[in-house]
Design a protein around this ligand. Structure first.
Ligand code: HPA
Ligand code: ZN
Length: 338
């Protein structure tokens, strides 16, 4: 349809996609076989029998933690530099087809290091995927390293130190830090020292907050982390005062509508606070989060929002402009995209 073509053509920026969340069951099985990694015993976990049975299971996530248990098993098949590169390249091909011009992508190094994969294997593989997307598609890309909240903060500190010592932030191999994984349970400010160091070095900062957790998680990300963006942030609907502050401070929310329904944050896309955010002047981008697990990439998210909210062309232009302006990219590139 006409609106679908308009959404396809809209110059999109993606700010919230986990590269490990782009691992399709097909690639998971291929890499497991190639690398000799065993997936769970199918006697006990029949959903690991085939890509088809996994896809079926992915239709029934009950929570963020239920999803994460699959996400962390899936990524265990990633072993060699070429695996990381192939994963990133698969994502960029899909993103390009969906009309993404600029992508800032997350990855979770701690999980890979814990499995004995070298930090450099992970980073050099993902960087190679990014450079290929830049060369073949003229996309701009940025890598954001996430710390995971279910592992000790000392592990996060180690991986941050490795990245700083390798000069990855200065060289541009890495562009910022984030925090992801389980929300309710771990301390809200567990990476406070790392974020303070990042702030003092001028390293960009974002954090997942207010996905399953209440607005106090968002306040902690803004205050304890001096986070410049909030990933998800949907529970802002429970704090009108914080919502006003986020609007006034022009903090970009990276919203993932399909993810929110798949992980039962809302029972339908129409409950995602798109209208509330637009009316309150809260800036947000629309993103895919873990597209291989949630059944669709960024354009599917744009189209699902359109079906539920019937936005005007002007509103879509506002969303596209806010996501360009909220990107961590040079002004010259923003001007090109606008
Ligand atoms: N929330 C928290 N951590 C994550 C997510 C998410 O939606 N996806 C991958 N890691
Ligand atoms: Zn996420």
């Amino acid at each position: 349809t006409k609106i679908h073509q308009f959404l396809q053509d809209l110059p999109k920026c993606e700010h919230h996609v986990h590269l490990e969340g782009c691992l399709t069951p097909e690639l998971m099985f291929t890499l497991a076989a190639r690398n000799g990694v065993s997936l769970p015993d199918t006697e006990k976990r029949p959903e690991f029998s085939s890509p088809a049975t996994l896809y079926e299971r992915y239709e029934h996530f009950t929570s963020l933690d239920d999803f994460l248990s699959y996400y962390f098993i899936g990524m265990s098949v990633l072993q060699q530099q070429g695996d990381f590169e192939a994963l990133a390249w698969e994502y960029f091909q899909k993103a390009h087809a969906d009309g993404v011009h600029h992508a800032e992508v997350f990855f979770d190094p701690q999980e890979h290091l814990n499995r004995g994969v070298a930090f450099d294997t992970v980073v050099s593989g993902f960087v190679a995927g990014c450079r290929r997307a830049e060369q073949e598609y003229g996309m701009t890309t940025k890598l954001i390293m996430c710390f995971v909240k279910h592992l000790p903060a000392s592990d996060a500190q180690k991986v941050f130190d490795l990245a700083v010592e390798a000069g990855h932030f200065e060289s541009g191999a890495l562009h910022g830090i984030g925090a992801s994984s389980s929300e309710v349970g771990p301390p809200k400010d567990m990476f406070k020292e790392i974020y303070a160091t990042a702030y003092s070095k001028g390293i960009r900062r974002t954090a997942h907050a207010g996905e399953e957790g209440d607005p106090s998680y968002i306040r902690a990300a803004l205050e304890a982390y001096k986070s410049q963006r909030i990933d998800h942030g949907i529970r802002l609907i429970d704090s009108p005062s914080l919502l006003q502050q986020v609007a006034k401070d022009e903090i970009l929310l990276t919203v993932c509508p399909v993810s929110n329904v798949k992980l039962r944050c809302f029972d339908h896309i129409s409950k995602v606070p798109i209208r509330t955010f637009l009316d309150a002047g809260v800036r947000f981008s629309i993103n895919s989060d873990d597209p291989a697990y949630f059944g669709g990439f960024i354009l599917h998210n744009y189209c699902s929002v359109q079906e539920a909210f019937d936005l005007s062309i002007a509103e879509w232009r506002t969303i596209a402009e806010n996501s360009i302006n909220g990107s961590w990219v040079e002004q010259e590139r923003k001007s090109e995209l606008l």
